[in-house]
Design a protein around this ligand. Structure first.
Ligand code: HDD
Length: 704
């Protein structure tokens, strides 16, 4: 009689109900290794154990040297109209045509397992699967960069990453080596202003802008050239977190941004961005007084408006994190006809780096054959073989020119009019022949940092000052702190003084900064910047902003008035807000009418930092109990500290009154007790007035 373990699978068993080795052999026991006697040593012969452990041992691939932590989604891009007048790019011609995209958002400094809400630049990389080949727009959520030349990239990243001797700090710029380097590189000053602003603390990946950063070129069929800068503008508006909140979220939910993106898409709230371009016709690029090849500069929207050209919708989560989000390989050199580079020296260096890094990260030259990286149009060339080749060539010939191919005619690709054509430079791009150096037009390091500072609201300015103080307070070398405030004095004297006042340094000295190596005198031939402020550089909410998908914590306890609360919740949910009930413990509470009301989260697991706004239920007993609960008081106090909208229904106001942020009595009418703090009655009403006032406060996002 055969042993049970030797039996073969019944023919009808579905494959997901049993296990096999990677060779397809059915496994009978996935719990016990093969031993010489049940208490004896494990046998080398156990090929099933060896295969399983070997594969596990090699599961990891090297993480990206920068942008290691990322979250991604599939979607599509659709142009609003034909852009034939400026570019031949086929995916920008037909407003009916949707081009599939895969987008990966990332932090820069931290490892793959670091927290989402650290202070950092966010990567914003888009792969368009076009019929002319894959086009990658590999940008960031900040429109400028730290350095002007790729030669300095390894230095920048080494200064930013954990210090080599002890591997600290993780995912943070607040340490000596970063600020040592930054303070010695005045060209970084403009980027530092952005990095210290709330742009570096996005509320959601769905609520941040994206930028191509460099100047690229659009070329139309007639060969006309426009210099172009790319902008992604989120439909949900731009919102940030408070620094204290961001740090707390990093501990409470390190996956905060990843979860937010995944859940929004899973629930059908597809995030959307508008793609816009700023275009400058070739020949006019000198007229703005801005060096377009300098990636530390932007073009203010007041000087060249952003023209919306299409929309991108992300509507599908990845099928597998590793296969897609981890293995996707972007490259600013993945171009299509009609789009070309500029001579930006940072971009030129990137053109080498991206393919090179994939060779070690993805283990060889065939990474374009991985499903997520495959082009959707035919790929035909004579590159062959190599590690992990999955697309073996069946043709006899693997060279060109040839006559022995399937067509039996001569194949020769040599100066073809079709296919990608490199756009020649304009005459004055390379004066003086080969040389290392920097054009004097790259020497102005401060005027746009000043423009950024001038454009911020008072609250945003306070956040920037606080961020500089925080970061520089972590720097132990006093000379580095001093150098940095001296540089800030070249941006704005008040900013520098405010930062300096708290970090144990002397008065900021712009003259000292100007005397140091690395400080360059701006090119006198460049006209001065034509404006002192630009509204587009501020994140302060202007006008009505959408509230859909923002989250509300609803504080409840026994004795709550469910009849008054329900209509308010209904109004909020109708507007697309996601409300979650929070109480002392999971399960349910008893309402005033002795019915059960579900409690979805506890104070401990879903603190206020994980919500956008707080709503306190009414009911005298409920209010009394919440007032006596330290957790509930802390909940509201923390939300208030982070400038979040808070609303109290009827007696719920007592909790706010106890904290001094609302009057003791519930108002009969809806009233604003403090900026962002709404109180009022919903008893016997449809809750509309209270819900509307609360939503208006939520639309403003934060009330600093
Ligand atoms: Fe880079 C990854 C964006 C300058 C070298 N970069 C990477 C990613 C983004 C950017 C979004 C992640 C792509 C993904 O999700 O897989 N990088 C930028 C921007 C820059 C920039 C907007 C300046 C404007 N990068 C830059 C320079 C160099 C690199 C100057 C090198 C000379 N970047 C890399 C890299 C990475 C990368 C080492 C790491 C992983 C990868 O490429 O695939 O090649």
């Amino acid at each position: 009689m055969p042993l049970a373990s030797h039996r073969t699978a019944p023919a009808a068993a579905p494959p997901e109900s049993y296990l096999t080795t990677s060779q397809g052999l059915r496994i009978s026991d996935n719990h016990n290794s093969l031993k010489s006697g049940v208490r004896g040593p494990t046998l080398l012969e156990d090929f099933i154990l060896r295969e399983k452990i070997t594969h596990f041992d090699h599961e990891r691939i090297p993480e990206r040297v920068v942008h290691a932590r990322g979250s991604a989604a599939h979607g599509y891009f659709q142009p609003y109209r034909s852009l034939a007048s400026v570019t031949q790019a086929a995916f920008l011609q037909d407003p009916q045509q949707k081009t599939p995209v895969f987008v990966r958002f990332s932090t820069v400094a931290g490892g793959a397992g670091s927290a989402d809400t650290v202070r950092d630049v966010r990567g914003f990389a888009v792969k368009f699967y076009t019929q002319q080949g894959n086009y990658d727009l590999v940008g960031n959520n900040i429109p400028v960069f730290f350095i002007q030349d790729a030669m300095k990239f390894p230095d920048l990243i080494h200064a930013l990453k954990p210090e080599p001797r002890h591997g600290m700090p993780q995912a943070a710029s607040a340490h000596d080596t970063f600020w040592d380097f930054a303070s010695l590189m005045p060209e970084a000053t403009h980027m530092l202003m952005w990095l210290m602003s709330d742009r570096a603390l996005p509320r959601s990946l769905r609520m941040m802008q994206g930028f191509g950063v460099h100047t690229f070129r659009f070329i139309n069929a007639a060969g006309d050239v426009h210099f172009v800068k790319f902008h992604w503008k989120p439909k949900l508006g731009m919102h940030g977190l408070a620094w204290d909140e961001a740090q707390k979220i990093a501990g409470k939910d390190p996956d905060f941004h990843r979860r937010d993106l995944w859940s929004a898409i899973a629930q059908g709230h597809f995030p959307e961005w508008e793609l816009g371009v700023q275009m400058v016709p070739a020949g006019q690029e000198q007229s703005l007084g801005i060096e377009l090849l300098d990636p530390t500069k932007l073009i203010p929207e007041e000087l060249v408006p952003v023209e919306p050209i299409g929309r991108m919708v992300l509507d599908r989560n990845p099928g597998n994190f590793f296969a897609e989000t981890e293995q996707v390989a972007f490259h600013p050199g993945h171009l299509v006809p009609g789009i070309d580079f500029s001579n930006d020296p940072l971009l030129q260096g990137r053109l080498f780096s991206y393919t090179d890094t994939q060779l070690s990260r993805l283990g060889g030259p065939n990474f374009h054959q991985l499903p997520i990286n495959r082009a959707v149009c035919p790929v035909h060339n004579f590159q062959r073989d190599g590690m992990h080749c999955q697309a073996p060539q069946a043709e006899r010939v693997a060279y060109e020119p040839h006559t022995l191919g399937p067509a039996a005619t001569e194949m020769r690709v040599d100066g073809d009019a079709l296919g990608f054509q490199t756009q020649p430079d304009t005459g004055d791009d390379a004066p003086g022949g080969k040389q290392r150096g920097r054009s004097p037009s790259f020497h102005d390091h401060f005027s746009q940092a000043t423009l950024f500072w001038n454009s911020q609201s008072p609250a945003e300015k306070e956040h920037i000052v606080a961020a500089f103080r925080f970061e520089l307070s972590k720097v132990q070398t006093p000379e580095v702190r001093q150098r940095m405030v001296d540089n800030l004095a070249c941006v704005d004297a008040r900013l520098a003084r405010k930062v300096a006042s708290d970090i144990g340094v002397g008065a900021p000295d712009a003259q000292a900064a100007a005397g140091r190596a690395g400080f360059r005198v701006p090119d006198a031939a460049m006209p001065a910047l034509a404006l002192t402020e630009s509204a587009a550089l501020s994140m302060a909410v202007r006008g009505a902003a959408p509230v859909a998908t923002r989250t509300v914590a609803v504080l409840v306890h026994d004795g709550m008035d469910a009849l008054a609360l329900r209509p308010v919740l209904q109004q909020l949910e109708k507007a697309g807000l996601a409300c979650g009930t929070v109480g002392l413990r999971l399960g349910s509470v008893a309402t005033m009418g002795k019915r059960k009301f579900m409690v979805e989260h506890s104070f401990a697991t879903m603190p206020s930092v994980l919500f956008d706004a707080v709503l306190v239920a009414g009911g005298a007993d409920c209010a009394q109990a919440l007032c006596a609960l330290g957790d509930a008081r802390h909940y509201v106090q923390e939300a208030y500290k982070h400038g979040k909208p808070i609303c109290a229904v009827d007696e719920g106001v007592a909790l706010l009154a106890g904290l001094g942020i609302a009057p003791g009595q519930a108002a009969a009418d809806v009233a604003l007790a403090h900026p962002g703090v709404v109180v009022g009655s919903a008893r016997g009403e449809d809750g509309t007035a209270l819900a509307l006032a609360f939503m208006q406060a939520i639309a403003q996002h934060r009330h600093w």
